[in-house]
Design a protein. Structure first.
Length: 490
């Protein structure tokens, strides 16, 4: 019953109820260049003319009408689809990279010439100082981040980051003071800096996400009033606002990271958070990158799971919501705690118990040594009836891999289980024994009442002959077909 509460984005404006109810499917597009109005001033979301520029950006990328676009802010928008087939087609084209996801905005860089009209600068400070002027930069990027994108490591001798006294003249123009005219000349003639301007500053990467109406509590239903009724609300939840259900349910505490360096791997993130964790972290299972629809590319967001809620809270306290040592210098990673969504039938968990820990040898033994959970007499009895151990070994292994909930629920902490009265591992033991008992019962019924169980099928080559197949043979044949089907799919 545990589910994550979507993280709210204050700068994202939700579409009106009429827009939500008049469409069946939704996309969310983010990363659009901030519209710059006359005089190099940032576009204002409250201005309908400026908002229309956001809509125009969407229309240039997707085959939709303007009535299907609702700007969420000056760099993002919701797109609605009244037809499911049109939505499915656009999602397919995005995953296959048939739509462009970059918008170019060229820059200019030149030596700064002091003019009195630059009233934001001090006359005494700027009259004779060597500097470069960069125009056309991304309006939403901080000056510190601009300096790191503009000047790669050791690009110009003598230029040390972070640079001080960078001045933003307007929304898309900065002034970078340097130590000498020689440094200015070196910057203006550097091929490496020109390349970085084209790749890091000259293009905006647009991200596409699926969005859906949130589910809200609508009362209690069922014959015994034991089932919560969830209904569609009028707010839209975007993929990446919360972790996947499996990921959230398998961790006691989850945090979201934003503004991640794209060069960071799961191994890097795991090593960084290991000091906060009492147990050895799972490199692949404890990190979930947020991806966009366009070729399933990574974004700058990720979710990180912890075995204890206190461990996740400790990460927030360590940097007051910011991490400055994760990734490249000059980049601050924002951290938010993912909270649990209120559910009237769920028991509020404080996660005070300890999560069971098992070694690799114990995990493999639990997976492969299934006989330890079954009554030995049952195994012997079934072998005499023609049901081999291999049949059960494959069936139980398939159950484990097809049902991810065994790890999360059966071996979870005591205060997060559906059945807290049961010990760890008890659910899988009971399921295996029930499966064996069911097979035994079927085989015994066949021996006692053969005319009810046996089925006749026309022979493959002679329609006049009949082929009698026993229940045990049918079970084995069906299972072999299923195994072969899984192999073919892989």
């Amino acid at each position: 019953l545990r589910d994550a509460k979507p993280l709210s984005i204050k700068s994202r404006q939700q579409p009106p109820e009429k827009f939500v109810k008049s469409h069946k499917r939704f996309l969310y597009v983010s990363g659009l260049p901030h519209y710059v109005a006359e005089g190099n001033q940032l576009g204002d979301y409250q201005n309908p003319v400026h908002r229309m520029e956001v809509t125009k950006s969407i229309l240039a990328m997707l085959n939709v009408s303007s009535e299907s676009v609702h700007p969420a802010n000056m760099t993002s928008a919701f797109v609605g689809y009244k037809n499911k087939d049109e939505y499915d087609l656009d999602v397919f084209l995005l995953t296959k990279a048939k739509y462009a996801n970059t918008i170019e905005h060229p820059q200019k860089i030149h030596m700064y010439q002091y003019v009195h009209e630059d009233d934001k600068l001090s006359d005494d400070y700027m009259k004779n100082i060597p500097a470069i002027r960069v125009e056309g930069i991304p309006a939403s990027m901080s000056t510190a981040r601009l300096a790191h994108c503009l000047f790669p490591s050791d690009a110009i001798e003598g230029i040390q980051l972070p640079l001080k006294n960078i001045k933003r003249l307007d929304a898309i123009t900065i002034l970078v003071p340097l130590e000498s005219k020689d440094q200015v000349d070196s910057v203006l003639t550097s091929a490496l800096i020109k390349e970085h301007m084209d790749t890091s500053l000259g293009k905006s990467t647009v991200h596409f996400f699926q969005a859906r109406r949130e589910l809200v509590y609508g009362g209690i239903t069922g014959t015994k009033k034991g089932q919560a009724c969830m209904k569609q609300g009028n707010r839209l939840v975007v993929d990446g606002d919360k972790p996947s259900k499996d990921f959230f349910q398998s961790h006691a505490g989850v945090i979201q990271l934003r503004n991640l360096d794209f060069s960071l791997t799961k191994e890097d993130i795991t090593d960084f958070f290991q000091p906060f964790s009492s147990l050895r972290r799972d490199v692949h299972g404890s990190i979930e990158f947020v991806t966009c629809l366009h070729k399933k590319e990574r974004t700058d967001k990720a979710f990180v799971g912890f075995d204890r809620l206190s461990e996740a809270e400790a990460v927030l306290k360590s940097g007051s919501g910011l991490l400055k040592n994760l990734g490249e210098k000059g980049r601050s990673v924002k951290v938010r705690l993912v909270k649990e969504l209120f559910h009237p039938l769920a028991t509020k968990s404080n996660h005070t118990s300890t999560r069971p820990a098992r070694s690799e040898e114990e995990l493999l033994d639990s997976l492969n040594n299934w006989e330890q959970y079954i009554n030995p007499k049952d195994i012997t009895e079934l072998e005499l009836m023609g049901i081999s151990k291999d049949f059960f070994a494959d069936a139980f292994r398939t159950m484990r891999f097809k049902n991810k909930s065994y790890g999360a629920y059966d071996w979870g902490m005591q205060d997060e289980k559906f059945n807290p009265q049961k010990s760890s591992g008890q659910e899988i033991k009971e399921m295996m024994q029930l499966y064996v008992d069911t097979v035994k019962e079927l085989v015994k019924e066949e021996a006692e009442v053969p005319f009810h169980i046996e089925m006749t099928y026309p022979h493959e080559y002679d329609n006049d002959e009949e082929n009698t197949i026993t229940t045990g043979e049918k079970l084995i044949a069906h299972d072999q077909e299923r195994v072969q089907s899984n192999i073919n799919q892989r």
